[in-house]
Design a protein around this ligand. Structure first.
Ligand code: SF4
Length: 64
């Protein structure tokens, strides 16, 4: 299967600067899940900007 990095980048909401995993969703999820975190695309625009990718932040964000 061909990597969809360029296509993924068009829809990536992550604002964290210079992350080498941007657009490579498999690496992004793997990286965050190793730390029991979720990727940027799970968060609202406001919550994403905090760079807090924790599950606690996700629950707080969804409860709003
Ligand atoms: S969510 Fe994390 S790993 Fe994914 S592109 Fe943003 S900073 Fe990188």
């Amino acid at each position: 299967m061909e990597c969809k990095k360029q296509e993924n980048l068009k829809g990536c909401p992550c604002t964290y600067p210079d992350c080498p995993r941007k657009g490579t969703c498999c690496d992004c999820i793997k990286h965050h899940w190793q730390n029991k975190e979720l990727p940027a695309c799970f968060f609202s625009k406001e919550a994403e900007k905090t760079y807090d990718r924790s599950i606690e932040k996700f629950i707080e964000d969804q409860g709003k």
